[in-house]
Design a protein around this ligand. Structure first.
Ligand code: KE4
Length: 428
C-alpha cells in the first residue's frame, strides 16, 4: 500500500487544523504513521484518497452499526434535507425519536437531545447536581465521558483521590468536586462516598470502551446501585458507546441493574451529530423550561440528524431478532480468531466482546481496570495495527479503544482478517 496522497493531505491539514485533525485520536498518535484520509465508504469498507480499501472496525467510533452509506439512512436524510436543514423550532421527528428511546429503556420517561455525547454527559451531570442539590461526582479511572471540564481529571496523589485536572485550561476549581474510583472495585467507590460531603452522581461506562474494552461485572454495577440508593446519589450509565451496540438496550439489555439516568450518542444519530440524556420524569422535570436547571442548544434535535437517527433505530429495532445474533457471532469469530493467531506465536492476547462491541489487549493477564489496561504492550499493539492496516484492515488506532462489527460484515470477511492476523502476528 502507498499513502502518498494522505501524507500530503496530512501536511496540508496540519497547517490549518491543530494536529491536522478535528479529534485527537484520529491523528494516529497511539500507533504512529500517517492517518489515511478517507475519500468514501460503503457497507463494511472505506476507501482512502490513495485508493486503498479497508474493512472498517471503527465505524466512526461506533455509530455505523448498519455500515457506511446505509440506504435506509440515506433515503431518510435526503427526504429530510428537501424540507429544510434546521428551524430552531420543535418538529415531530424529535418526538418520534424520543418516544422510540423511552419505549426501549424502562429507566427513562423523558429524553433531551443535544449534538454530541460530551454535551449529553455535561448536561446530565448538571441535572444530577440540580436534582440532588449536591456538587461532588464520582467517575472511574479509564472511563471517558467526553471533554467537559469536570470530567477531564486524572488520579491525584494518595489512595483516595479527588481528581486533578488532566488538561491545561481546566481550573482546579472545576475538578475539586470530581472523585475518582477504580473500575470493578466497589471498596474504592465506598471510599469516595465516605470522603465526600455529598455525592450528586456516579457516572460509569457500564461496558467501558475508552480504556480498551473492559466490561463492568454485573455484581459491581449492582453494588453501585446499592451505594447510590444508600447515599441518595444519581446513578448515570454512560451508554454513548455501548448503547445499541452491546445489545439493542446497551448494557441495560444484559445486566439487571437499573440506572437513574442514561446518556446516549453515536448510534442514535446514525452517523449525524446527536447526543441525548434521559431519566425518570421526576428528574427530567428539573430541566429548563419545566424546571430551573438550564440547558440549551441551537442545533439540538436538528431535523436532519433526527431523521438519520430515527431511520437508524427503526431499522435495527425492526431486525433486532436476527441482527444482534449476527453481529455477536461475528464478534466471537473475530476475537477467537485473533486470540488463536496470537497464541500460535506464543503471544498473550486478552480478548472480549459484548454484542457487536469488542476489544483486545496485548497483555499477559485479563484486564478489569485502567491500571491493568496500562500494563498492555502498546508497542506491540502499534506494530499489529500497522501490519493489519497495510493489509487493508482498519482497527482503532489505539490500544485504549474498542472495535465494532457492522451489519454488512460476514464470515468470509472475518476469516480473511484472521488469516492476515496470522501473518502479522508472525512479525511481532
Ligand atoms: P462525543 O462528544 O465524542 O460525541 O462523545 C463523548 C463520549 C462520551 N461517552 C462515551 C462513553 C464515549 O465513548 C464518548 C466518545 N467516544 C470516543 C471514542 N473513544 C469518540 C472518538 C473521539 O474522541 O474522536
Amino acid at each position: 500500500m502507498q499513502f502518498t496522497n494522505s501524507i500530503q493531505a496530512f501536511e496540508a491539514a496540519q497547517k490549518v487544523i491543530p494536529g491536522g485533525v478535528d479529534s485527537p485520536v484520529r491523528a494516529f498518535g497511539g500507533v504512529g504513521g500517517t492517518p489515511p484520509f478517507i475519500k468514501e465508504a460503503k457497507g463494511a469498507f472505506m476507501t482512502d484518497i490513495d485508493g486503498n480499501t479497508y474493512i472498517d472496525f471503527v465505524q466512526s467510533w461506533g455509530p455505523l452499526i448498519l455500515g457506511h452509506a446505509s440506504e435506509v439512512i440515506e433515503t431518510a436524510v435526503i427526504e429530510a434535507v428537501k424540507k429544510g436543514l434546521s428551524f430552531g423550532a420543535p418538529t415531530e421527528v424529535e418526538t418520534q425519536l424520543a418516544s422510540l428511546i423511552c419505549g426501549l429503556f424502562p429507566a427513562i420517561d423523558k429524553v433531551r437531545f443535544v449534538s454530541s455525547g460530551t454535551e449529553a454527559v455535561m448536561s446530565a451531570i448538571r441535572l444530577a447536581r440540580g436534582f440532588t442539590g449536591r456538587s461532588d461526582i464520582i467517575k472511574f479511572e479509564g472511563c471517558y465521558h467526553g471533554h467537559s471540564d469536570a470530567l477531564l481529571v486524572k488520579a491525584g496523589s494518595g489512595l483516595m483521590t479527588f481528581g486533578n485536572p488532566s488538561s491545561p485550561g481546566v481550573p482546579e476549581g472545576t475538578t475539586k468536586h470530581t472523585l475518582l474510583a477504580r473500575y470493578n472495585d466497589l471498596e474504592s467507590v465506598k471510599a469516595c462516598f465516605e470522603a465526600s460531603s455529598g455525592v450528586a452522581c456516579v457516572i460509569i461506562e457500564p461496558i467501558a470502551g475508552n480504556m480498551g474494552f473492559v466490561p463492568a461485572t454485573a455484581a459491581f454495577l449492582e453494588g453501585l446501585r446499592t451505594l447510590c440508593d444508600e447515599y441518595g446519589a444519581v446513578l448515570i450509565f454512560d451508554e454513548v458507546m455501548s448503547g445499541f451496540r452491546a445489545s439493542l438496550k446497551g448494557a441495560q439489555g444484559i445486566v439487571n441493574t437499573r440506572p437513574d439516568m442514561v446518556t446516549f450518542g453515536k448510534v442514535i444519530g446514525g452517523g449525524m451529530p446527536v447526543g441525548a440524556f434521559g431519566a425518570r420524569a421526576e428528574i427530567m422535570a428539573m430541566l429548563s423550561p419545566e424546571g430551573p436547571v438550564y440547558q440549551a442548544g441551537t442545533l439540538s434535535g436538528n431535523p436532519i440528524a433526527m431523521s438519520a437517527g430515527l431511520a437508524s433505530l427503526k431499522e435495527i429495532i425492526s431486525k433486532e431478532a436476527q441482527l444482534y445474533p449476527h453481529l455477536e457471532a461475528l464478534a466471537v469469530r473475530l476475537t477467537q480468531g485473533l486470540e488463536a493467531a496470537a497464541k500460535a506465536q506464543g503471544i498473550s492476547l486478552q480478548v472480549g466482546h459484548r454484542g457487536s462491541m469488542f476489544g483486545f489487549f496485548f497483555n499477559e493477564a485479563p484486564v478489569a481496570n485502567f491500571d491493568e489496561a496500562l500494563r498492555s504492550d502498546t508497542k506491540r499493539f502499534a506494530a499489529f495495527h500497522r501490519g493489519m492496516l497495510e493489509r487493508g484492515v482498519y482497527f482503532a488506532c489505539s490500544q485504549f479503544e474498542a472495535g465494532f462489527i457492522c451489519e454488512p460484515m460476514n464470515e468470509a470477511m472475518i476469516d480473511s482478517v484472521i488469516a492476515y492476523a496470522h501473518e502479522v502476528m508472525k512479525t511481532l
